[in-house]
Design a protein around this ligand. Structure first.
Ligand SMILES: Nc1ncnc2c1ncn2[C@@H]1O[C@H](COP(=O)(O)OP(=O)(O)OP(=O)(O)O)[C@@H](O)[C@H]1O
Ligand SMILES: [Mg+2]
Length: 382
């Protein structure tokens, strides 16, 4: 018998860990096998599809198999110095700590051109690393280069598999235009290290890996992460209701998935509000999904208002049309039906909206990909 619980089992925003994580069995298996064999992988997906959560699960699998996994998020490393600092910390926490006793760990940083200043957090004993900002840039670059080599060297000495993971990798070009070349030259010498690159902003990631002039050109196996299959996602939703002492009717599950199409974040968000409306012992029905959707739109109102304010008048026309009818906005039929201006102006609007990751496009067909934005536009008669 499932117990009752007042804790909402649906989560959106943070990493989906443990209980919050579902499915992706095939991807976990594939990425784990790739990493164990030292295969470099680039994992593409639109925002909030679950890249980081998936990689977290894969890291757990890898660690179970004695692999060492160090991860750095490039979103939080705006400069080469910050990147070196975060990387030093990841190497310390995720690699050195698993190979050496406490006293010996810091010795892995011997021989760096710039020695890190190590600070201990008195609350939890965790270490952070900083490199003197006044140092000459070439010294910091040389230090970063050594740090990039370090995971491979440490793992190699111990004959352990190792993966080096970069989340939000599309930021690499903004940190320093020379950085991709530097990273690539180090990584090329380390066939046994699995480098895993996660990223959104599809056009950017595609350029980094598919442009023959870019250092990372065809350097990694490309894996594209899709939405979660509605079959397993539906069962997951039912289980989460059940284990917290509630029930959800099948038509309600279908209504949720009809709105979200298995988009991981969107599905969790809609279910969060649906669960919130369902008292212990009660049943969520399809009509409740409408009301839950209203709550989602309320809670996202500030965000969507900003998106709308940022859009040009042509972009708004196009968004309004796509909210009403996904289709081929460059065709004269579509433009006539929706009262849209010239194909060339729509072409520019499409490009801008695609870059902003608000719409998706496939062989000329376009649709709004930002979850709930179409519903918001309709509801606000924007
Ligand atoms: N496997 C999963 N099962 C259930 N929900 C998931 C899963 N993966 C992701 N989610 C939902 O999607 C949300 C976003 O996940 P995550 O942060 O991993 O995505 P991301 O692609 O890394 O996003 P971003 O582009 O913002 O970095 C989570 O908070 C969770 O609600
Ligand atoms: Mg992420």
């Amino acid at each position: 018998m499932a117990g009752e619980s007042d804790t909402n089992p649906f989560r959106y925003g943070a990493l989906a860990l443990d209980d919050a994580f579902t499915d992706r069995a095939r991807e976990i298996k594939e990425l784990t096998a790739d990493a164990l064999s030292g295969q470099d992988v680039v994992l593409f997906a639109p925002r909030r599809y679950g890249k980081s959560s998936l990689m977290w699960r894969v890291s757990q699998e890898l660690v179970k198999r004695r692999a060492l996994v160090a991860e750095v998020n490039l979103m939080t490393t705006p400069t080469i110095t910050r990147l070196a600092e975060k990387l030093a910390r990841a190497i310390h926490d995720d690699i050195a700590s698993r190979l050496f006793r406490a006293k010996e760990r810091l010795s892995v940083f011997q021989g760096l051109r710039v020695r890190p200043v190590v600070t201990v957090d008195p609350d939890d004993g965790s270490l952070s690393f900083s490199f003197d900002a006044a140092r000459r840039p070439e010294d910091v670059v040389a230090t970063l280069e050594r740090l990039l080599e370090l995971p491979g060297r440490l793992a190699g000495e111990r004959k352990r598999p190792v993966a080096l993971v970069f989340d939000e990798f599309q930021e690499v070009v903004d940190i320093d235009p020379q950085l991709p070349r530097l990273m690539r030259s180090v990584f090329q010498e380390q066939p046994e290290v699995a480098h895993v690159y996660l990223g959104s902003k599809r056009h950017m990631m595609h350029r980094i890996f598919n442009d023959a002039n870019e250092p990372f050109w065809r350097s990694a196996k490309q894996v594209e992460l899709g939405v979660i299959d509605t079959g397993p996602f539906g069962e997951y939703i039912e289980r989460q209701f059940e284990r917290t002492g509630r029930t959800i009717e099948r038509p309600a599950v279908d209504a949720v998935l009809a709105h979200t199409h298995g988009h991981p974040y969107a599905t969790q968000e809609l279910c969060y509000f649906l669960w919130q409306r369902t008292a212990a012992g009660e049943v969520a029905v399809a009509a409740d999904v409408r009301l839950a959707l209203g709550s989602v739109l309320n809670s996202e109102h500030a965000h969507f208002s900003l998106v709308w304010d940022d859009a040009s008048s042509h972009q708004r026309l196009l968004l309004r049309a796509l909210a009403d009818e996904p289709g081929h906005p460059l065709s004269s039929d579509y433009r006539r039906r929706q009262g849209l201006p010239s194909a060339s102006s729509m072409q520019r609007a499409l490009q801008a909206l695609e870059q902003a990751e608000l719409i998706g496009r496939d062989r000329g067909r376009a649709w709004i990909s930002e979850p709930f934005l179409a519903e918001w536009i309709e509801a606000n008669d924007a």
